[in-house]
Design a protein around this ligand. Structure first.
Ligand SMILES: Nc1ncnc2c1ncn2[C@@H]1O[C@H](COP(=O)(O)OP(=O)(O)OP(=O)(O)O)[C@@H](O)[C@H]1O
Ligand SMILES: O=C(O)c1ccc[n+]([C@@H]2O[C@H](COP(=O)([O-])O)[C@@H](O)[C@H]2O)c1
Length: 207
C-alpha cells in the first residue's frame, strides 16, 4: 500500500508556498509521492485572470522537476467543463484502490469545502491532510473539523506547518508591476515567466 498526496490548485502560477506545503505534507505523513493537479476551470475564481491550463501545467512541470517525489497530472485540464474535486478523487480512488489518498489543503480550505460539489465523495474517499500554521489551531477550526467529520464522515488530520506569505495573487502583482519574483517562485518558473511576459503584458498575453 502506498500513500499518495494530492495537491489541487489553480497554480496561476505555482509558487514556493505550494512547494513548501507539498514537501511538508510528504515528510509529515510519510507520503510516497505527491501528485499536483492543476485545475482545468476553477469556476469559483475570476476567469479572466487565469492562464490557460496547458501553460499552468507547464509551470508546475518546471517547478517540480528537481523533486523525485513530486509529479503532475493533466486529468483536470483535459476534462471538459468546471473542475470538481469530487470527480478527481473518485477517479484516483478507482485507479489506486489499494492505496491511501491524502488530499492536502491549507486549513482555511476546511471552511470552503462544504460549498464544493459533493463534499461527501471527497471526504469519504481520502484522508484530508490539513496544514495548520503552528499556534493557529484555534477553536473555530477544531469545531469545523468536528462538524465535517460528523456530517460527511471526514477523516481530517492536521499537520502543524511552516507557512510563507506567498500567494499566486502576490506573484501576479509583482510581475505586473515589474518587481522581482526571485525566491517567490522556483528559478525555472521565474525564467519562464520572464521570457514569456505572462501576467506582465496585460490580457493579450493570456491567449
Ligand atoms: N503560501 C501558502 N502556504 C501554504 N499553502 C498555500 C499557500 N498558497 C496557497 N496554498 C494552498 O495551495 C492550494 C492551491 O492554492 P491556489 O492555487 O489557489 O494558490 P493561491 O496562492 O491561494 O492562489 P490565488 O492567490 O490566485 O488565490 C490551496 O489549498 C491553498 O490553501
Ligand atoms: O470541487 C469543487 O466544487 C471545488 C470548488 C473550488 C475549488 N476546488 C478545488 O480546490 C483547489 C484549490 O482551489 P483554488 O480555487 O483555491 O485554486 C483546486 O484544485 C480546485 O479545483 C474545488
Amino acid at each position: 500500500m502506498s500513500k499518495i498526496g494530492i495537491l489541487g490548485g489553480t497554480f496561476n502560477p505555482i509558487h514556493n508556498g505550494h512547494l513548501l506545503l507539498a514537501e511538508q505534507a510528504r515528510c509529515f505523513y510519510g507520503l510516497d509521492q505527491v501528485l499536483f493537479i492543476p485545475s482545468g476551470c476553477s469556476y469559483m475564481k475570476r476567469q479572466e485572470e487565469i492562464l490557460p491550463g496547458e501553460i499552468r501545467f507547464q509551470m508546475v512541470q518546471l517547478a517540480i522537476a528537481d523533486n523525485p517525489y513530486f509529479c503532475v497530472s493533466d486529468m483536470e485540464i483535459v476534462r471538459e467543463g468546471n473542475s470538481y474535486t469530487c470527480e478527481t478523487i473518485t477517479r484516483l480512488h478507482a485507479q489506486y484502490p489499494e492505496d491511501e489518498l491524502y488530499y492536502i489543503v491549507g486549513a482555511d480550505t476546511l471552511f470552503q469545502m462544504e460549498f464544493w460539489k459533493n463534499p461527501e465523495q471527497i471526504f469519504t474517499q481520502c484522508i484530508t491532510a490539513a496544514s495548520v500554521r503552528q499556534g493557529r489551531e484555534d477553536s473555530a477550526l477544531m469545531l469545523q473539523a468536528k462538524s465535517l467529520a460528523s456530517r460527511y464522515r471526514a477523516d481530517i488530520r492536521f499537520m502543524p506547518s511552516l507557512h510563507v506569505e506567498i500567494s499566486s495573487t502576490l506573484v501576479r502583482d509583482h510581475l505586473q508591476k515589474g518587481t522581482s519574483v526571485r525566491y517567490l517562485v522556483p528559478e525555472r518558473v521565474r525564467s519562464f515567466l520572464e521570457k514569456s511576459g505572462y501576467y506582465r503584458d496585460g490580457k493579450e498575453s493570456f491567449r
